[in-house]
Design a protein around this ligand. Sequence first.
Ligand code: PMP
Length: 416
Amino acid sequence: MSFSAEEFKQQFPLFAEGENRELVYLDNAATTQKPQVVIDAVRDFYLHSNANTHRSSHRLARRATEMVEETRRRAARFLNAASEREVIFARGATEALNLLAYSLCNELQSGDEIVLSTAEHHANIVPWQMAAQRRGLTLRYVPHTAGVPQFDRLEEVLGERTRIVSLTGGSNALGLRPDLEDIARQLRGRDLFWIVDAAQLAAHETVDVQRIGCDFLVCSAHKFYGPSGIGLLWGREALLEAMPPWQGGGEMIAEVDLYSSTYAELPHKFEAGTSPLAAIAGLGAALDFLADWDRDAMAKHEQQLLQQLHGEIASLPGLRLYSQPQHNLGILAFAPVSGSAADLMHWLDEKDIAVRVGHHCAQPLLRAAGETATVRASLAAYNTEADVLAFVDALREYLALEDSTDAFPEAPAWQV
Ligand code: PMP
């Protein structure tokens, strides 16, 4: 289907609801709203199909099992995985990264190195810190300027002991989008695992794991119009085969004895316990929903809005701007020169404009810029020009009140 933002927005019942009719929702990097088809799929699962999978073979259990495996096949198509055995359901990007940090680091030796960047979400830092403490590993960071990673200098931190490189596919704090082709080039021929955190990326463009050439990729359904509580871990089949399971329990075993067990085949080896079945039904609907729209046109629309937003905001004195429109993930971050970001957020909230304020789970990045908090406006395909204008008008009004037009303090290096 071609794309029109108005028609797209109509698919989301929250925006048609009384108190939300005027809502300008610009917190999409945190989570997106849900289209009717996703809400229906979650509800219908409980209404018509609720049963646990695998364990039993009655009609409803078979239906639930088939729904889960069909969603896995759709997820494999969504990521262009070579096989659905490469797709593991996790609670989200966070859980998928914890799984990787546990399972991959289990095999590493003391002194082995893991490379991260300063623009990572905490979900792609803390699990590695925990694994490093457990296993005596060393964390290294891509060279950076005032916190902003220079991904083109990744090679400088790669060495004999580098075993894992886990980097963002797009930063939630800045919209910064590394050149994945260039990262692939720098990593080529090296004996290490490359992980891409696509939590933001997958919401804005088609992700093709074979074209990217990484070893593992993670994402969360709630960022791309699906339900919360479900995400995807993709990994190369041979690598997943070789990795030890993470959590133990039902569903992930072949045989259990009193003192040892054997494990199920992929992908179930990594899916201990009862999966969030209704959320998986919702994910299936979200994948179908996305397949129905022209994703290139959606991305173009978001990009146009971002350009417009950037253009308007760049001309406003009194703000330090931290994102560039060419980053292309619909994210614009800034801080008011005077007054607090939290005050500005509350002002916007009063006007029914939802933005995020805080460190955006990227404290190292903000610390390096000398900020404790930024305001982040983040777009989705249902946002319109009217949203952008309402936001900019409200900002103007706030800045006029604050009278913060003079005295720009020294800008950090990555301010644009
Ligand atoms: N990585 C990035 C870049 C993110 O934006 C997020 C969510 N803000 C995560 C990881 C974690 O995703 P989740 O909370 O869905 O597990």
